[in-house]
Design a protein around this ligand. Structure first.
Ligand code: FUC
Length: 835
């Protein structure tokens, strides 16, 4: 199926390639649907083969708690599935030499922190960055992560045809992002077959339907295989397969049930001794699957009711509905979220030939990139086609892996087919977990943050113990790697030393408030968690004797080190937490005395903002520790640019210094950049108002790291997807210095003509924008809450404006290039250049 050689795309361009492909497809009797390349459909000429190979990958569906990968094989359909809570580790874990202790030290280490503090203070006189603390510091502060655990594969459902066809034609497999439904179609022996799969949030199930153009054409055996990480049984009764097991590591009980429902006068459903179910001569078959565990998000045991009753009840309820009803309820739920945002960017050269499926396009891009200059047109056309798809795919993935009532998006979202995934598929706070939620509010999916906020709140109790036992501090804290069992303590390596985690996590809760204006959320959830986190910092901060400033010590610039006082990242995150908490308390009109205390702490805090000898924003207190040749993936000292807001266009010197630092990392990493690091840089470049480089990072991502199913690879981590979506949104809309910036970093490649609808700004506003030659021609602002919109849009708000609601002109002001627009809730305002 490979897309031929580049020779085919030279002179005749993509059209030539596509024509050749179309001819080949036509010869097989296939009927490619030309309409879908321009739409939001991931589609393929061939079944999937490999969960994580470069091409031929299965398609992900999910409802937050459940995830599944659909392969689309003809002789055998394979649906590999997951449930968010199936984890080894935690209380009762047999892994490691000692019982699970939440990462807290097994015995007190009196004086350890003080000794480290004194030693690293002395190291500030070193001209070169000391690298020894990783060894001695580890023995002082770290320990093995006994019982940390890992996210587990749950099981595999196989649908094996009784008599597979000798040959088939017209094969097509797709995931339509507009519906969240996978469809596989093919024809064999004069019959056309179709299979659909979806994951429904309202019904709590993965459901599939097998139909055919003639009656009695469905005969297959459905079986379910356990994940292999503990004793499990598979039984069946009444067409229902039950997989039941218990993880050998921690005794977590899990259960999945799959109901087989066959329709048709000749249809027969038979249970087999091995727990599989055979269907014969059915007209159509519906499969409904759900799964659960006895995990509960409650400290200290993290166990709740056995899953059997809940799984049974969910499946009983879902199977009472016809598939069309389950499908309809899924569409109502999913489309209400997904359909809120659209993005149109200019397509070039007439777009990509419609007969090239996504695997073909990825293949073609890969080949074209071997000679970028010679294949510029091909590359440009493919990029413009794939960018909006990647943007919307990120929104799809967030909806599919983060819905209220389960755990948040882990490193792989909710999709995992192994028992030992990279980095345990955990919750990593020095970039990954937070990046996963960067697109949430701005791309109008604020509801998807619910599991993240539940997770953060559930960390407070174990985090208090860590604060007290390890730091002798009040409040709560957490480190870089988190599992669902309240692991808030240390790891074996100092690279995971990160008490700032709470600050970055809580930034997300504050951000939710800024976008939604939900005061009750602020008062009852965000603010109490923020307040308690600041209590930790009041105890942990120390005075640097050299300048009298309050500093984090020990701090550890993520994954680089060394232990040192006041690395910029730590100072910036603490600055962010303190200032957000002060703002929250003022907004709620509460805790005035404590607020004053926080304010005086903030006033004395080293803000982590230093410009070094080569014009860089310093990562450490000592300028000479910054290496202009560094290509390190973490660029944590730019936290003050994004997601923080200490560095903006209104602080030009710092803005320039941040640009110098980012440029060095970008150039040095240009060959290797993968995954989240490209997504991070894309967001930072957009924040630094360089849409051209920001988009180049996204395009690099598409080329280097996006699999045929568009998941981010090497290894598979979903942050690269979700961060890329956030970056593209950030090119179009950002919050800066108290105003909503429209088209702040519009890439020149998108500038000629385009539009978006439904992206959000602070204060409950939703924006639709059309642009031409890089300038907005019309901004529609929908006011959700009333209040004043502050909108900055370069040339548009700098010049004379017309603002109207309905047909009526609306009074407004302009100050410093910012439109000041008092609004009424529910009203839509149209802003355009005065004619
Ligand atoms: C941090 C990163 C790695 C990876 C891991 C999950 O350790 O530096 O690249 O993303 O988290």
């Amino acid at each position: 199926m490979a897309a031929g050689g580049l020779a085919a795309v030279g002179a005749s361009g993509i059209l030539g390639q596509g024509t050749a492909r179309a001819a080949a497809v036509a010869a097989q009797g296939s009927t490619p649907d030309d309409s879908t390349n321009s739409g939001l459909v991931l589609w393929y000429h061939d079944p999937a083969q490999d969960w994580q190979g470069y091409l031929y990958n299965p398609l992900p569906i999910g409802n937050g708690a459940l995830g599944a990968m659909v392969f689309g094989g003809v002789a055998q359909e394979h649906v590999q599935f997951n449930e968010h809570t199936l984890w080894t580790g935690g209380p009762g874990s047999a892994d490691g030499g000692q019982p699970y202790n939440f990462g807290n030290w097994y015995s007190p280490r009196p004086g350890a922190l003080e000794t480290v503090r004194t030693t690293i203070q002395g190291e500030l006189s070193s001209v070169t960055r000391p690298d020894d603390s990783a060894t001695w510091g580890a023995s002082m502060l770290c320990q093995d992560a006994d019982g940390y655990g890992a996210y587990q594969a749950f099981g595999d459902a196989y649908i094996t045809l009784t008599s597979p066809p000798a040959a088939y034609t017209a094969y097509r497999r797709q995931l339509d992002l507009n519906t969240g439904i996978t469809t596989t179609t093919y024809a064999a022996d004069g019959v056309t077959y179709q299979r659909e799969f979806l994951a429904s949030y309202p019904d709590g199930v993965v459901a599939g339907q097998f139909t055919a153009s003639t009656p009695a054409a469905q005969s297959f055996t459905v079986s379910v295989a356990p994940p292999g990480s503990g004793p499990a049984t598979v039984t069946s009764a009444g067409g229902r397969i039950t997989l039941r097991g218990s993880l050998s590591d921690n005794g977590m009980n899990y259960e999945a049930q799959l109901q087989v429902l066959a329709d048709g006068t000749r249809a027969k459903v038979t249970g087999n001794a091995d727990g599989s179910v055979t269907v014969t001569t059915a007209d159509s078959v519906v499969l409904v699957l759900t799964a659960g565990t006895d995990y509960a998000a409650s400290y200290p045991y993290y166990r709740g009711a056995d899953p059997h009753q809940r799984v049974t009840a969910v499946l009983d309820a879902a199977t009472k509905r016809p598939f069309t009803a389950v499908r309809g309820r899924h569409l109502d739920d999913y489309q209400e979220l997904f359909g809120r945002v659209s993005l149109q960017i200019p397509q070039v050269l007439g777009g990509v030939d419609p007969s090239l499926d996504i695997d073909d396009q990825m293949n073609l891009l890969d080949q074209a990139m071997t000679d970028e200059a010679a294949n510029e047109d091909v590359i440009t056309a493919l990029n413009r086609n794939l960018e909006p798809l990647l943007f919307q795919f990120g929104r799809y993935l967030l909806i599919s892996s983060s819905r209220p009532g389960s755990l948040p998006v882990n490193l792989q979202g909710v999709w995992n087919d192994v028992t030992d995934p990279p980095w345990n598929s955990d919750y990593t706070t020095n970039i990954n977990l937070e990046m996963n939620y960067w697109p949430a509010e701005v791309t109008n999916l604020a509801e998807t943050t619910a599991p993240l906020f539940d997770f953060i709140e559930a960390l407070r109790e174990p985090g208090r113990v860590t604060a007290r036992e390890m730091f002798d501090a009040s409040g709560w804290t957490a480190m870089n790697h988190l599992n669902p069992f309240g692991y808030t303590g240390v790891q074996p390596s100092p690279t995971e030393w990160s008490p700032e985690s709470t600050g970055w996590l809580l930034h997300s809760m504050w951000r939710y408030y800024r976008y939604t204006g939900d005061r009750e959320f602020l008062a009852t959830r965000a603010y109490p968690a923020m307040l308690e986190a600041t209590e930790f910092w009041l105890d942990y901060l120390v005075t640097d004797p050299t300048d009298g400033k309050l500093v984090v010590s020990p701090s550890y610039s993520p994954e680089q080190g060394p232990y040192t006082p006041a690395c910029s990242y730590s100072q910036m995150v603490v600055w962010d937490l303190l200032s957000n908490t002060i703002e929250a308390s003022a907004e709620l009109g509460t805790d005035a005395a404590y607020r004053a205390k926080l304010q005086s702490t903030l006033d004395n805090l080293d803000p982590g903002l230093r410009i070094g000898t080569w014009g860089q924003l310093q990562e450490w207190k000592v300028s000479s520790w910054d290496d202009p040749n560094s290509n390190h993936r973490h660029i944590s000292h730019l936290y003050g640019v994004f997601p923080g807001h200490q560095i903006t266009p209104s602080t030009p010197d710092l803005f320039d210094a941040a640009t110098v630092s980012l440029n060095v990392r970008t150039v040095n990493d240009s060959e290797n950049g993968i995954g989240w690091r490209l997504a991070l840089r894309a967001n930072l470049w957009a924040s630094l108002r360089d849409g051209n480089t920001a988009l180049a990072e996204v395009d690099h991502q598409i080329w280097r790291n996006i699999l045929g199913n568009m998941l981010n690879n090497d290894p598979f981590q979903i942050d690269g997807n979700l961060g890329s979506t956030a970056a593209m949104a950030r090119m179009l809309i950002q919050e800066t210095d108290g105003a909503t910036d429209i088209l702040p970093a519009l890439p020149p490649q998108w500038a000629s003509q385009g539009s978006f609808a439904g992206l959000r700004g602070h204060g409950g506003f939703e924006y639709d924008v059309a642009w031409s030659d890089g300038v907005p021609t019309l901004i529609k602002a929908r006011s959700g809450l009333g209040g004043t919109a502050r909108i900055r849009s370069g040339p548009l708000t700098a010049g004379p404006l017309t603002v109207s609601a309905g047909r009526r002109p609306v009074a407004h002001g302009v100050s410093g290039g910012v439109l000041i627009l008092p609004t009424v809730a529910g009203q839509v305002y149209e802003i355009s250049p005065a004619s």
